[in-house]
Design a protein around this ligand. Sequence first.
Ligand SMILES: [Zn+2]
Length: 174
Amino acid sequence: MEPFVHALIPLAFLLALFPNLDKKYVLSLVPIVWIIDLDSFIGVHRFTFHNIFFVLALALIAYLIWKNRIAFWVALYYGMSHLILDLSMPGPAWLYPLVQKTFYLDVSIQKATSWMFNIDTGSLTMGEYNTLFGNLPVQTYVGEPAVLFYILFSVLIITYVILKYKRKSKKSQA
Ligand SMILES: [Zn+2]
């Protein structure tokens, strides 16, 4: 899945459902959805970082940075949203390294002679995953639109932080 989709979907839900949540956490924790895909460079994609233990570790780091429970939950939410959005075949290795298999769920609705509703579940071992997907170039996961999006997003966050800081310092002067 394209990195900007990985960010936009959970971000939109979070803003819509919890409009009063501190934007400091909502915005600065977004990169978690991208960190998880970095295992296409380090380790085995869909295994090394695509698991609940890695997500939990990121959430704990977020908690330690701000000493705040909300930071933990927002980080956990972003991490889990990535795994859920990756749910279709081949799926993430949810319990790696304890269980060295991906688990996936594919839902499809097709109209052939009649409507067909299909649910397909399954799992792949690391060996099976590598045979099927191991030779895909990294660009398959991180394309040029994604890089542009990273840049745009970073500019937005920096602007937001600067504006906020300015407002604060103005208030303290007054
Ligand atoms: Zn992923």
